[in-house]
Ligand binder design. Structure first.
Ligand SMILES: [Zn+2]
Ligand SMILES: [Zn+2]
Length: 344
C-alpha cells in the first residue's frame, strides 16, 4: 500500500508498505479521506516529540471496512466508518468511568511518543479496534466524516463547560477547534458568542458559522473591546483555543466573576496566570483534552448539519502531494482550516 511516512524533520515520503495485519478485535480500514491536523503540521517539524520518525500520521479520517477480526460482530467488509483518534482499552478505571480520553493505556492514531508508535490514516489502509469506530450514514461524505474528529474536540469542550440558555460566551482563537466550539456553544443555547482572533479571514468564517461579534486580536485595548461586547462584567463562559500566554491571559480576564474558563489550547507548556484573578473572582478553570465518548454524537451532529464542516475543508489534496502540502501549511496559510487527503 502507499503510505505517507514522516521519516525525518520536515520530510514526508511516499513509501510502499505492506498492508498492516489486523488482530481479533480490529477493523482493517481502507482509508478514503484523512485531514491534516495542526498537530501533524507541528509534529512534522520534529519539535513536539510526538511524531518520532518513522511514523504515518493521521487521526482525523474515514474509510471503508476491508476486513474484520474474529471478535468483531458490529462491522462487516464494505461498511463506511469513521473513528475516534484515541485508542483506549475499555478496562482501566478511567475507561470504566466514561473517560476514555484519560485511559491509562491511551494511544493516539498517527502518533509515536515514548514507548509507543501507532500508525495513522495517511496511508491506504490502517487498523483500529472496532470499539472506536462509528458507522456513517450514506448522506455523509468521507471528507465530512473525517472532520468529525475535529468536531469532537469542540463538542467535548462544550460538554465540559457549563452554559445556560442565553449565556454570553467568548471564544479566544477560531482555528478548527475554536470554530467547532463556537458551533457547539450555539447548540447549547448561548445567547451571544463573541470571538477573537488575529486573522480577519478566520473571523469572517466565524461570523458565517454563528459568531455574533468578531474582534481582531491585534487591535489596541482588546480587553476593552471584548468588554464592550460582553458587558462590563465579562463573559459567563470562555473557551481558550490557542494556548499561548497572551491568549490565556485575555481569556481569564474576560471571564466574569464566578464564571468558567475552559482551556483547550495546548502550545506553550508553561503559562503564567493571574492567581488572584482566579482565586478572588472564583473562576472555575477546566482543562479539556480530545473527546470522551462523544464520537458517535459528533458523527450524528455533522450528518444532521447541526455542526457544519464544509466551510472548514479548505483544501483537497492527494497523498502523493503530501510533502508539498505539509511544507506549505508549515509556512502558514491564512485561509486554511483543514486540508484533506482524498483517496480513490
Ligand atoms: Zn487533531
Ligand atoms: Zn482504559
Amino acid at each position: 500500500m502507499k503510505a505517507l511516512v514522516h521519516t525525518a524533520p520536515y520530510v514526508m515520503q511516499l513509501q510502499e508498505w505492506d498492508v498492516p495485519d489486523h488482530g481479533p478485535d480490529d477493523l482493517l480500514i481502507r482509508v478514503k479521506a484523512c485531514a491534516i491536523c495542526g498537530s501533524d503540521v507541528k509534529g512534522y517539524s520534529g519539535k513536539t516529540g510526538r511524531r518520532q520518525p518513522p511514523i504515518v500520521m493521521g487521526h482525523e479520517a474515514s474509510g471503508v471496512v476491508e476486513a474484520v477480526g474474529a471478535n468483531v460482530t458490529d462491522f462487516a467488509p464494505g461498511d463506511r466508518v469513521s473513528f475516534d483518534s484515541t485508542v483506549y482499552c475499555r478496562r482501566c478505571a478511567y475507561c470504566l468511568n466514561g473517560q476514555p480520553n484519560m485511559c491509562e493505556r491511551r494511544q493516539v492514531l498517527g502518533v509515536s511518543q515514548g514507548t509507543y508508535r501507532r500508525h495513522g490514516a495517511m496511508a491506504e489502509y490502517l487498523v483500529v479496534p472496532y470499539w472506536i469506530a462509528v458507522h456513517l450514514p450514506e448522506s455523509l461524505s468521507f471528507a465530512q466524516a473525517a472532520l468529525a474528529e475535529t468536531v469532537s474536540i469542540g463538542v467535548h469542550a462544550a460538554n465540559r463547560t457549563p452554559v445556560r440558555l442565553n449565556d454570553t460566551v467568548v471564544i479566544v482563537g477560531v482555528g478548527a477547534v475554536g470554530l467547532t466550539s463556537l458551533q457547539a456553544m450555539r447548540l447549547k443555547g448561548a445567547g451571544k458568542v463573541i470571538v477573537t482572533d488575529l486573522s480577519p479571514w478566520r473571523l469572517d468564517l466565524a461570523r458565517q458559522l454563528g459568531a455574533d461579534v468578531a474582534i481582531r486580536a491585534d487591535q489596541p485595548d482588546l480587553l476593552g473591546r471584548l468588554r464592550d461586547a460582553t458587558g462590563p462584567e465579562g463573559a459567563d463562559a470562555v473557551v481558550e483555543a490557542v494556548g499561548i500566554p497572551a491568549t490565556v491571559d485575555t481569556a481569564l480576564e474576560i471571564t466574569r466573576k464566578g464564571g468558567s474558563l475552559t482551556l483547550i489550547g495546548n502550545v506553550t507548556p508553561r503559562v503564567e496566570v493571574g492567581l488572584q484573578s482566579i482565586v478572588a473572582r472564583e473562576i472555575t478553570v477546566r482543562g479539556t483534552y480530545a473527546s470522551g465518548g462523544e464520537y458517535p454524537d459528533c458523527v450524528a451532529l455533522v450528518a444532521s448539519g447541526r455542526i457544519a464542516v464544509d466551510p472548514l475543508i479548505t483544501e483537497r489534496a492527494r497523498l502523493e502531494d503530501g510533502q508539498a502540502v505539509f511544507d506549505r501549511l508549515y509556512k502558514g496559510v491564512e485561509t486554511s482550516i483543514r486540508s484533506v487527503f482524498i483517496f480513490d
